[in-house]
Design a protein around this ligand. Structure first.
Ligand code: ADP
Ligand code: MG
Length: 318
């Protein structure tokens, strides 16, 4: 199969068409008409076989996860995802794989309101890189740098499910892993409405991809504050508790793609109203404290303790 027929068959007409798209797949570049009152939020995330996923993973699920991890970055900016370009490196042109992958892409892109407007296709190791673009009203994007003294810290959904699923899968055990934990790992569900609703409410936000402590640490660093996390307040799912997940998985495990954010304590009602309207759990799990070298601290029984060193995933420091 040629490169061009592959693109035509599997990468064209993917997702939701937008009126601002002037030109999609097929030319040297795509063209987008960005409305004057909006800013374009741009981000890219790569998934490498053997690093981010097992090479024999279900192609439809891979496609979903590739889109979801990128949408998660848009949510963390308060942006609405609109467009994507896909750089795909493939070891072969296995048509069953490509067909399942393309269907998964289309399903997830439609679900998230994304339109695939271009990309690049090469042969090589299995690597997929998705660049995502979204729109946010000028000046309203959520940044990591806005956390203020005495703000509350919140997180969406539950923590640790994906890390627990991964640890069960790699533990070589015969015990079945609860489906909801596997779903958290393979099909993260970033909530676009949440990012939008938090514009003007959250002072800082980040998506939890490398682990709660590591990612909240990025807010602390960027904002020049210290943040106290209360481990007993972390939201854990029933399946997590039933499978005896350890609290460390919720504190340090990656791949949750939940949203961590700070908000002034005067916004507690507003935050819970958003939670109810969207139908998502938002838990208050800590607070911003006077600057103690911009660190994250854990509060256990009234005592402040430093978290584990080198918590969180880092590709170059293992
Ligand atoms: P060029 O040689 O000008 O870079 P290509 O031959 O790589 O163009 O791609 C042809 C068209 O197909 C371009 O519009 C490009 O954006 C699109 N395209 C290539 N690969 C993909 C892909 N994996 N997904 C979506 N669009 C793609
Ligand atoms: Mg090209």
């Amino acid at each position: 199969m040629s490169e061009f027929s592959l693109i035509k068959q599997y990468c064209q007409n993917i997702g939701a068409a937008h009126p601002q798209t002037r030109l999609g797949v097929g030319d040297d570049a795509a063209l987008i008409d960005v409305p004057a009152e909006m800013e374009l939020a741009v981000s890219v995330d790569t998934m490498v076989a053997g690093v981010h996923f097992f090479p024999d993973a279900d192609p439809g699920l891979l496609a979903h996860k590739l889109l979801a991890v990128n949408v998660s970055d848009m949510v963390a900016m308060g942006a609405e995802p609109k467009w994507a370009t896909l750089a795909l490196s493939l070891p072969n042109t296995d048509e069953a794989w490509l067909s399942a992958y393309s269907k998964g892409l289309n399903r997830a892109a439609t679900h998230f309101g994304l339109e695939l407007i271009g990309g690049d296709t090469t042969s090589g190791a299995l690597v997929m890189s998705l660049q995502i673009m979204g729109l946010v009203p000028k000046g309203e994007a959520l940044r990591r740098s806005g956390a203020q003294l005495d703000d509350d810290l919140y997180v969406s959904g539950c923590l640790g499910d994906a890390a627990l699923a991964l640890s069960c899968m790699t533990a070589d055990s015969e015990l079945p892993v609860a489906q909801s934990l596997l779903n958290a790992l393979h099909q993260p569900q970033p909530n676009i409405a949440l990012g939008v609703a938090l514009r003007g409410v959250a002072t800082a936000a980040i998506d939890v991809s490398d682990g709660l402590v590591a990612d909240v640490g990025h807010i602390a660093q960027a904002s020049g504050v210290s943040i106290v996390i209360e481990p007993p307040a972390l939201p854990l799912s029933e399946a997590f508790v039933a499978q005896s997940g350890e609290i460390d998985l919720a504190l340090y495990g990656g791949d949750d793609y939940q949203l961590a954010f700070t908000a002034n304590s005067a916004q507690r009602e507003a935050v819970q109203t958003i939670a109810r309207k969207i139908g998502i759990k938002l838990s208050r799990i800590g607070r911003v404290q006077h600057a103690m070298n911009n660190a994250v601290m854990l509060e256990l029984q009234g005592e402040l303790l430093p978290p584990k060193a080198h918590a969180g995933f880092d590709h170059f420091e293992k």
